[in-house]
Structures are given as structure tokens and as C-alpha cells.
Design a binder for this molecule. Structure first.
Ligand code: SF4
Length: 256
């Protein structure tokens, strides 16, 4: 099925009316039920994007337990902590899944030559666009459904996240619709970590050192008591999102 709004959107994209019905259904559905819907609807055109935060780890394990083999990708900015690269490898071995590393057009060194050193210190939005948003956008052009580990509890900017959302963005072939599925939206941090420990899932060793949300090393610090989980990202800047969750336009809005 197509939305009928353009020719470049993939098969399986629900209409806004169907998204509304699915949203109501998914708010009381189990996470494996939601994952199964994505797999039956899109097959390998549904893919998990992960930066190896806790929710993504649980989601991948739940999928594997349900017999679902989503493709998985991560944004390898060239500025990830060694601990993050290590957990990617450990997770690949644990799940038996290969995780695709998406990279920017320019290496970190080439970016420094073209735009000056340490762009993240001067223009983090530009740096995130080059190293995260554009590689992701290219990936999404080949997908019908992007699965994320976003949770409502993470920060005020994520409090309104829907379990299913319909977005549109400009692809090389014109406007394109995509389903963004956030099956972990209702999970609490405690429930995530209880699940991780119960199933002995490999996780980023930095979590044991006081880091709660982990991105690129230049833009990640530990969080203090009482701060939101993402307070340690882009400290010193009025920036709370890298842009990968804000560059598309939402087609349907619901009150959560
Ligand atoms: S998080 Fe920081 S280093 Fe990473 S892409 Fe964004 S600005 Fe650059």
C-alpha cells in the first residue's frame, strides 16, 4: 500500500488513518507484538538504528527472541568512544548479527582540513549534520520503517514520542514517507536495566562509570544526580538533540 502522496515512498507505508489506529493499538501492545507487526509489514525494509544505549539493546534481544532478524545499523561518526566500538563487536557476537556502520563522506581528518579543527567545539549542529544526519538520511531512503530506542522518560524533548509515527523527508527522488517505530517509548530506565542484567546482554562499559547517555566522545559527559539522562550531551551548548530525530517532518500528530 502507498500513501498515494508521491511515487518514491516504499510499499507498506500506512495511511494517516491507519497510523492513528495502530497508535491506539500499540499503546497497550507488548513490545514483541509491535516488533512482529513491523517485520510482517516491512520485512528487511524495517531496520533498527542503534547507538547501543540500553533500550536499543533490549529491543534487539526481544526481536531475536521472537525470531525476527531486523537489519541493524549504527552511525559511526569516527568520534565514538573505544568502549562503544567494543560493545558493537561484543553485541554482534552475542546476537550473531552483523551491525552496519554508516559513515560520513569525510573522515574526521578530512573534515578538519575542510572546515577547521574540532568543528564540534564551534558548530556542533554542522558537525552532527555531516557525521550523523546525512549518512542516516541516505540509509532511510532505502527503508520503509526505522526502529529506534527512543523513550519518553529520557528528556523533555522526548516526552511526546509516539510508538508509531509517520514522517516525510526529501530524498534524492523527491518526498518520501517513512514509518518511525519507537517500540521502547513506554519503557522505564529501571525496566531496561533489569532486562539487560537478567539476559546478560553486553552493554557499554561507560554506563558503569556514570555515563547515562553516550554519544561521540567530544560531546558526552557524565550526568549529575537529578539531571535528565541526556543532560551530559553537548554540555555548554543550547543543544539537546543531534538532529537525526528532528530533520524529518511529522505527518500525523497525536496527544500522548
Ligand atoms: S555529537 Fe559532537 S562530535 Fe558527534 S557528530 Fe555531533 S557535534 Fe560532531
Amino acid at each position: 500500500m502507498s500513501t498515494g502522496s508521491d511515487n518514491s515512498s516504499p510499499a507498506g507505508i500506512p495511511t494517516p488513518a491507519e497510523v492513528a489506529a495502530l497508535d491506539a493499538r500499540f499503546n497497550t501492545a507488548s513490545t514483541p507484538e509491535i516488533l512482529t507487526w513491523a517485520w510482517e509489514r516491512f520485512g528487511p525494509q524495517a531496520a533498527v538504528g542503534t547507538s547501543f544505549q540500553g533500550a536499543g539493546l533490549v529491543m534487539m534481544h526481544l526481536a531475536k527472541t521472537a525470531g525476527i532478524r531486523f537489519p541493524v545499523f549504527t552511525l559511526d561518526t569516527g568520534l565514538l568512544f573505544p568502549e562503544t566500538l567494543a560493545v558493537k563487536q561484543r553485541l554482534e557476537e552475542f546476537l550473531g548479527w552483523e551491525i552496519e556502520a554508516l559513515q560520513a563522506d569525510l573522515t574526521v581528518e578530512e573534515q578538519a582540513e575542510a572546515m577547521g579543527p574540532e568543528l564540534w567545539r564551534r558548530e556542533p549542529d554542522l558537525c552532527c549534520t555531516a557525521r550523523k544526519v546525512l549518512p542516516l538520511q541516505r540509509k532511510l531512503e532505502n527503508l520503509g520503517c526505522w526502529l529506534t530506542g527512543l523513550r519518553r522518560e529520557q528528556s523533555s524533548t522526548r516526552a511526546g514520542v509516539g510508538i508509531i509515527e509517520l514522517y516525510t523527508f526529501e530524498s534524492g527522488n523527491g518526498p518520501r514517507d517513512i514509518v518511525k517505530l519507537n517500540p521502547m517509548a513506554n519503557w522505564s530506565r529501571d525496566a531496561i536495566w533489569q532486562y539487560i542484567h537478567q539476559h546478560k546482554i553486553p552493554y557499554n562499559a561507560l554506563h558503569d562509570q556514570g555515563y547515562r547517555s553516550i554519544g561521540c566522545w567530544p560531546c558526552t559527559t557524565k550526568t549529575g544526580a537529578g539531571e535528565s539522562e541526556r543532560a551530559g550531551r553537548w554540555t555548554g551548548f543550547n543543544k539537546v538533540e543531534c538532529g537525526i530525530h528532528t530533520f524529518m517532518s511529522k505527518k500525523v500528530n497525536f496527544d500522548i
